[in-house]
Design a protein around this ligand. Structure first.
Ligand SMILES: [Zn+2]
Length: 167
């Protein structure tokens, strides 16, 4: 699923996003229009994806198919298609949520402080469309020591084999 780039950008605001080929090869930075909150997310997304990305809900752990998948491919933002994570940095965290040690590119994942529910956490967001993705914890494995704990419903997994298909 990709964002509708033909729509005029009301805020004339752009954001640098690193683009990747279907096989994960970096294609360089592009300046893309930010997708604002007026976007018709409710009509475009499944109820689960809408609840997580636009309403900060959390997937039930161990329940959403694919949370523990090790299939090779790219994980893109379910809302706007930004390439967020690769299967190469995915690891078994035992939490029941997809977990990664690093984003595909630093530009493609944003973070901000989250003090909801009486906790001090770091929220992980899509920098292009502001989708809530999950949280970042400093207890991951090597090489980064980081754990990007991401809701499966916020991710569009594109297997390497499918993206490689001739168009
Ligand atoms: Zn997005």
């Amino acid at each position: 699923m990709t964002g509708d780039l033909s729509q005029p950008d009301r805020h004339q605001e752009t954001v640098p996003i690193a683009e990747f080929s279907p096989t994960g090869t970096p294609l360089g930075l592009r300046s893309l229009p930010r997708l604002d909150s007026d976007h018709e997310w409710k009509a475009r997304l499944s109820p689960e994806a809408y609840a997580v990305t636009r309403r900060h809900a959390t997937d039930p752990p161990f329940k959403v198919p694919g949370y523990d998948s090790h299939e090779a491919g790219l994980y893109r933002c379910i809302c706007c298609g930004t390439a967020l994570f690769s299967s190469m940095t995915k690891f078994d965290s035992g939490t029941g949520w997809p977990s990664f040690t690093a984003p595909l590119a630093p530009e493609n994942v944003a973070t901000r402080e989250d003090t909801s529910y009486g906790m001090r956490r770091t929220e992980v967001l899509c920098p292009r469309c502001d989708a809530h993705l999950g949280h970042l914890f400093p207890d991951g494995p090597a090489p980064t020591g980081l754990r990007y704990c991401i809701n499966r419903s916020a991710l569009d997994f594109v297997p390497l084999s499918e993206e490689n298909r001739p168009k």
